[in-house]
Write a protein of this length. Structure first.
Length: 303
């Protein structure tokens, strides 16, 4: 297979690095990185270094480039850009897709497939999500800061048999890959946990622990999760009845100083995924006539 990772930030770098490391020696698959700037320059010169709790490794892809046109037809495209770059990334690789191509977005948010559908001209579009905390520590270097490093993917119709070989390809590279027959539930279950936390840590400019110990913010956190569940119900996604309780319990297990990626982006003063995390709920709530007062408050404070 010819496999391309689009976006070599924390997510793309971690999973792409594992793929490149494993398949460089086996020659079973070609692994391509699509990145840009100083990060790409270092990768082209010395490879991609990935630092984990268990050690570090350097992976050299078949080719690293900022021009997907150099890659030719691709069999698997894994998109790992920020939400605001999704359409851009899709247009970049549209010419590389063929009838047998598989495209998987591994972004935050719940509407990635919906946004990609009109921009993916050929092949199969799957959905996906990941559980990992990783970031670019320096150009050419990714640091895995926490999380199990799980990659969940699957088709919208739940028919998973055609993608078993793909699960094996990912697993053979040391990736904790899960082929799901209920991917919409998986994606929304992550969103109901991470979205409210991202919004509140950013609005308060406080770590997760401070949010949980503050009565007002904890009430808002639970309220935001309930608002997302209402929207998921209206969209036909049946989440577990106790999903809010589960999500709050999960949050309590994280280190006190945990900061969300959205919060970090606000601190840097650059572009953020506020539309992915909060704007989507506000806008969808209005369309569906579902009140989202807690999201409205956070969105007004941040947008």
């Amino acid at each position: 297979m010819k496999i391309a990772i689009i976006g070599l930030g924390g997510v793309g770098g971690f999973f792409g690095g594992k793929l490149a490391l494993h398949y460089a020696s086996s020659h079973e698959h070609d692994i391509f990185f699509v990145a840009r700037g100083p990060h790409l320059d270092i990768i082209q010169k010395t490879g991609l270094t990935v630092i984990t709790a268990g050690g570090e490794f350097t992976a050299v892809p078949t080719l690293a480039t900022d021009e997907p046109s150099q890659l030719g037809p691709l069999d698997l495209v894994i998109i790992c850009v920020k939400g605001y770059d999704l359409e851009n990334a899709a247009r970049m690789i549209s010419g590389n897709l063929h009838a047998g191509s598989i495209t998987i977005p591994l972004l935050n948010g719940v509407d990635n497939v919906e946004r990609l559908q009109p921009l993916v001209p050929a092949g199969t579009l799957l959905n996906g999500c990941v559980y990992i905390s990783a970031h670019i520590a320096a150009p050419g270097t990714i640091k895995h800061a926490g999380g199990p490093g799980t990659l969940i993917f699957g088709p919208g119709d739940g028919v998973i048999t055609p993608y078993k070989d793909l699960e094996v390809t990912l697993a053979n590279a040391g990736i904790d890959a899960v082929l799901s027959d209920h991917i919409a539930v998986d994606v929304w279950s992550k969103y109901i946990f991470i979205g409210p936390l991202a919004g509140l840590t950013s609005m308060a400019a406080q770590p997760l622990g401070a949010i949980l110990e503050n009565t007002r913010f904890r009430i808002m956190l639970e309220g935001m999760m309930k608002e997302i569940k209402l929207i998921a119900d209206a969209r036909g996604v049946t989440l577990p009845p106790d999903i809010v309780t589960q999500s709050l319990a999960t949050a309590s297990k994280f280190p006190y100083e945990t900061r969300s990626s959205l919060q970090l982006d606000f601190e840097k003063g650059g572009e953020t995924e506020i539309e992915t995390f909060t704007g989507y709920v506000v806008n969808t709530g209005r369309k569906l006539k579902i009140r989202t007062p807690y999201h409205d408050e956070v969105y007004a404070a941040l947008a």
